[in-house]
Design a protein around this ligand. Sequence first.
Ligand SMILES: [Zn+2]
Length: 121
Amino acid sequence: MSEQLKPCPFCGMNRVTLFNEQVAEDCMMSWVECGGCGARSMEYESPMGDETPVMLWNRRKPDAALVAALKEAAWLYDQLALSPLEAAVKYGDTYEPPSDEDCLRIRGQIHEALLAAGEPL
Ligand SMILES: [Zn+2]
């Protein structure tokens, strides 16, 4: 197996197992189960050696608040990385650099998103 199972998305336990039950000569029923909380993936019928159940278990939808905070942080970084001349060329004469309020707002978004994800700064 080339792709390793990620820890359980519900309890964080590393003791997750891929189960394979042969149902035909060249076909098996596969699922992933957490040894901690018992979370279990859907059963997946696949040819022998198929790694789709592992890929499905490992696929995580990113947290929407974290994605939004990261986009804001990237925007802030881009703004702060511009020299005044580059900013004038890119955005015209009406360009306003990010304010202290922008920085604090984005810092707060990152803090809240990480807190919600259980990973406070
Ligand atoms: Zn679990």
